[in-house]
Design a protein around this ligand. Structure first.
Ligand code: AMP
Length: 274
């Protein structure tokens, strides 16, 4: 496995790669969710590249970027263990020059609701870094988790609108045995919060059960979920179609139930694709 830290090295290496490339962009603090993406990339490509970069432009001014978990050595070891070919870990000075004046804007409507409502401008930063990484790595396939549903949708839109020749591969949400979706932020939970955090997956499982019993009224489903989440600090709970429009009836294969619950300063996000 080779670790790349400069743009020049990456471009030189990329020039000589004439094989299929699977790319997994991450902010590090790797867990089994990230590893599932890496495994999928390994399985379906000749070369696998993982990026480890905490992207400053997707954090808002009041969000504590420096508090984001970081353990490069551990991440490198994990990549080595799963036989990643290249790890790209640039500094922010390399990724963002002071002359960085050309910016990409996330769509006005779909990126200022849900995640974008609490974190306005967040998706501008996400698209900016993903586009830069795509241009450098020029992957055949790029792997993203369905856990970040809105991010996945906006990246797919960018690829389509800008005619990028990259396949976006959607990957299933990986969970702990008890149902909690894996997240780099889970380490911040106290014992009590960790226990309460199970209400996210429990409420989604209950929604799934209701839908299997042919309940299709989204209000009824939201109410049943809120019942399970009753003592929790819900930031949003929304049932939308894959274009992120609120819907009143469940549409099979075109519905996402999204929720964010706060535990102290930690926001946990989970969702169910129906
Ligand atoms: P992050 O490092 O949080 O930016 O995440 C990097 C990638 O891993 C994104 O595409 C996420 O959607 C994906 N990811 C994060 N958590 C999970 C999970 N529990 N299951 C599947 N994919 C995940």
């Amino acid at each position: 496995m080779k670790i790349i830290t400069t743009i020049e090295d990456l471009q030189n290496i990329r020039k000589n790669l004439n094989k299929s490339i699977g790319f997994v962009p991450t902010m590090g603090a790797l867990h089994s969710g990230h590893i599932s993406l890496i495994k999928k990339a390994k399985l379906n490509n000749d070369i696998t590249i993982v990026s480890l970069f905490i992207n400053p432009t997707q954090f808002l001014a009041h969000e504590d970027l420096s508090a984001y978990p970081k353990d490069d050595l551990r991440d490198i070891n994990i990549c080595e263990q799963y036989k990643v070919d290249y790890v790209f870990m640039p500094t922010k000075e390399i990724m963002y020059q002071s002359t960085d004046e050309v910016l990409i804007k996330a769509p006005k409507l779909s990126s200022y609701i849900l995640e974008g409502a609490t974190r306005p401008g967040h998706f501008d930063g996400v698209l900016q870094i993903v586009l830069k990484l795509f241009n450098l790595i020029r992957p055949t396939n790029a792997y993203f988790g369905k856990k970040d549903a809105q991010q996945l949708s906006l990246i797919s839109k960018m690829v389509k609108n800008l005619f990028l020749a990259i396949n976006i591969i959607e990957c299933e949400i990986i969970r702990e045995e008890d149902g909690l979706a894996l997240s780099s932020r889970n380490i911040y939970l106290s014992k009590e919060q960790r226990k309460n955090a199970l209400t996210l997956s429990q409420s989604l499982n209950n929604a799934k059960k209701l839908i299997l019993q042919n309940e299709n009224n989204t209000k009824t489903i939201v109410n049943a979920m809120k019942n399970i989440l009753k003592d929790q600090d819900i930031e949003y709970l929304s049932i939308v179609d894959r274009e992120f429009n609120e819907i009143s009836k469940i549409q099979k294969n075109n519905t996402i139930i999204l929720l964010v619950v706060r535990f102290g300063n930690t926001r946990l996000l989970d969702n169910l694709w129906v």
